[in-house]
Design a protein around this ligand. Structure first.
Ligand code: SAM
Length: 294
């Protein structure tokens, strides 16, 4: 039986085939739990969770009560053999994370890999993931996207990684903490230049907030107090050639002391043929580094 459970429309008490069910759960809105996920969670022998408190809340909303087993970054090496032994004995275990799809910046990779190596059936029960939800509404190209997940927390390592990512011809998808979003956007504006970006915050929740603009504009927006909630950040693919910085810089340095950044950028873009947004980002950078004479 390929999909591990009976086809759509079966009763909740259906019999599941033995194996590991990698089950997506909502990223905010509890109603996003799929009917199939609900059936699998109700019918499995136990649910493998990251945090019992988080998953218990979701289960109680949907009237689901099954034994919970904790599996997270702290206890994984000790618990994995026990889970594999239960699976080998023919149990049906559902693996969930706190939110979204397990293994996507969440635990589970080694468990799934070990299960495959031991010949245990592994079934996907697909559903929400913040990365795909953000892509679906961003308005950025989706023909090619590159999932980065979380950047390193150390500033130098983050900048190195951003430089490595700069030339990838795809929409880039990041998970980012509210505390770092302002700094990350500023680094990206400096390293990636004038690219469109989207900050998707609190998707599917009461305070859902999706902001679009250039990296420089969004860096300004999020430059103050940290926003609340969970954030997925997307950056548009690079566009063609970078402008000739030396020529653009020279003209900007002449124009900036005499007019607002916007006007200087428009003038220099017109004079050089460089993309206006790229020139605007450059003008902001020059202004912020105080390279312009008073
Ligand atoms: N496995 C999850 C998934 O499939 O989306 C992601 C888990 S990762 C530990 C959590 C990160 O996902 C958050 O820090 C945030 O960057 C992003 N995220 C989760 N829920 C979100 C939401 N409702 N809106 C925006 N981003 C979200």
């Amino acid at each position: 039986m390929g999909q591990g459970d009976s086809p759509e429309g079966e009763s909740p008490s259906m019999v599941l085939a033995p194996g590991l069910y990698v089950t997506a759960t909502p990223i905010g809105n509890a109603s996003d739990l799929s009917l199939r996920a609900m059936r699998v969670l109700k019918a499995c022998d136990a649910i493998v969770v990251e945090d019992t408190r988080v998953t218990s809340r979701l289960l109680s909303i949907h009237g689901i009560s099954r034994p919970l087993l904790t599996y997270n970054d702290h206890n994984a090496p000790a618990i994995r053999p026990k889970l594999l032994a239960r699976l080998q004995a023919g149990e049906r275990l559902a693996l969930v994370s706190d939110a979204g799809t397990p293994l996507i910046s969440d635990p589970g990779h080694r468990l799934v890999r070990a299960a495959i190596e031991e010949g245990i059936a592994v079934f996907p029960v697909p559903g929400p993931s913040a990365a795909v939800a953000a892509l679906s509404v961003a308005g950025l190209p989706t023909d090619r996207f590159f999932f980065v997940g979380f950047l390193p927390s150390k500033h130098g390592e983050r900048q190195t990684m951003l430089r490595e990512l700069k030339a990838i011809p795809a929409t880039l998808v990041f998970y980012e903490s509210p505390n770092r979003i302002g700094a990350t956007l500023a680094d990206m504006a400096e390293i990636f230049g004038a690219r469109e970006a989207v900050v998707a915050r609190e998707l599917t929740k009461m305070h859902e907030d999706i902001r679009r603009g250039t990296l420089a504009h969004l860096a300004e927006t999020y430059g103050g107090d940290a926003p609340k909630g969970e954030i997925t950040l997307l950056v548009a693919p690079p566009e063609g050639e970078e402008p000739d910085h030396s020529k653009v810089d020279g003209l900007l340095l002449m124009a900036l002391p005499h007019m607002p950044v916007n006007a200087a950028a428009a003038l220099v873009a017109e004079a050089t043929g460089a993309p206006r947004r790229a020139v605007y980002t450059r003008a902001l950078a020059l202004k912020n580094t105080d390279a312009t004479p008073d």
